[in-house]
Design a protein around this ligand. Structure first.
Ligand code: NCD
Length: 337
């Protein structure tokens, strides 16, 4: 694909070579993300960061990624304080905000809303999550993490096995990640969820049609066996009509040190898009795994900055200017962990 000026709305836009390209650029962003260098490639550029649903990681890491390339970030984080609360259409908001920005990241609770917004936008729009539909930048950072984790064990994405656990019906991260994996060969998927929260049938059908092996189960213990990666998710409470309905499923599938030791193969990489629901009644990923070397959740969040920098660099076409404008930083940059 031609990245210059492109909207990023769905993982379906990418061919395998596009993903390779994003990952190659992401690799080159390490000196900036690790605070050894600063770049001015996007000096003066403005990111409109529009989040009409709660977000910490996605919003802040897109913002930091833009800052690290030298650009400025404008936040619109709260629907109640924006004109959408006065009945403004997405069309009008898009026309207005795109007059103030060079690129926009948008998250919104309604499926398809970001694509609708992008139609009316005069500048490129990145989907930061549209309801339960898609979250393409998360899938890219998840895959980038999987690639690195497996590489460190001598493995590859082709031929890998992954267990996805939890609310696979409403989880946009697993929808995007599984579809991004369609670009690779011979993946074995084990989809572990309550029956009512299973992966949408159209996605499962496509995975099978493309020759991948898919097993669906509501038995976590058997499902966890023999996977390179286990990807846990939170019950997406906000997609249920009532909290009580979500409570039925909360806490049903949990991973902790004891379960990991008993049921997972020793090298299984542990992933979660975060936030993990750490309340006692949920606790899908226990803090007793926090020191586990295969716990990749904070490597995922760190990698998010690299991948998001790469997307901005490619969309705004400054990929070749980053090194030219790079300078060493002069402040304290050591990290404790
Ligand atoms: C996810 C999301 O918003 O879809 N979070 C994220 O962006 N890392 C997952 C979730 O909220 O459960």
């Amino acid at each position: 694909m031609n990245f210059r000026g492109a909207h990023i709305l769905s993982v379906a836009q990418f061919a395998r070579q596009d993903v390779d390209k994003i990952f190659r650029v992401a690799d080159r962003m390490e000196p900036f993300a690790h605070r050894r260098q600063v770049s001015k490639a996007l000096d003066g550029a403005i990111l409109g960061n529009m989040f009409f649903e709660p977000s910490t990681r996605t919003r802040v890491s897109f913002g930091c990624a833009f800052n690290l390339l030298g650009g400025h970030v404008r936040e619109t984080a709260d629907v109640d304080s924006s004109s959408i609360a006065k009945g403004e259409s997405l069309f009008d908001t898009a026309r207005v905000i795109s007059g103030y920005s060079d690129v926009i990241v948008m998250r919104h609770p309604r499926v398809g809303s970001v694509a609708e917004f992008a139609e009316a936008s005069r500048v490129p729009v990145i989907n930061g999550g549209d309801g339960s539909n898609e979250h393409p930048s998360q899938a890219l950072l998840d895959l980038y993490t999987i690639k690195k984790e497996l590489q460190s064990q001598g493995g590859t994405i082709d031929g890998m096995s992954i267990a996805m656990v939890g609310d696979l019906k409403h989880g946009r991260t697993v929808h995007s990640l599984s579809q991004l994996l369609l670009l690779y060969k011979d993946i074995r998927f084990t989809l572990i969820s309550p029956r009512e929260l299973s992966m949408p049938a159209d996605i499962v059908d496509r995975l099978r049609q493309e020759g991948h092996e898919v097993a669906e189960t509501d038995d976590m213990e058997s499902g966890l066996q023999d996977n390179d990666t286990v990807y846990l998710t939170r019950i997406q409470e906000e997609r249920f009509t009532t909290k009580l309905e979500a409570d039925i499923y909360r806490g049903r599938f949990r991973l902790n040190q004891a379960i990991y030791t008993r049921h997972c193969q020793p090298n299984t990489v542990i992933m979660h898009p975060l936030p993990r629901d750490s309340r006692a009644e949920a606790n899908e990923l226990d803090a007793d795994l926090n020191q586990h070397p295969n716990l990749a959740i904070f490597r995922q969040t760190d990698n998010g900055v690299l991948v998001r920098m790469a997307l901005f660099a490619l969309i705004l076409d400054v990929e070749d200017k980053i090194a030219d404008t790079a300078a060493d930083v002069g402040w304290y940059t050591e990290r404790r962990f």
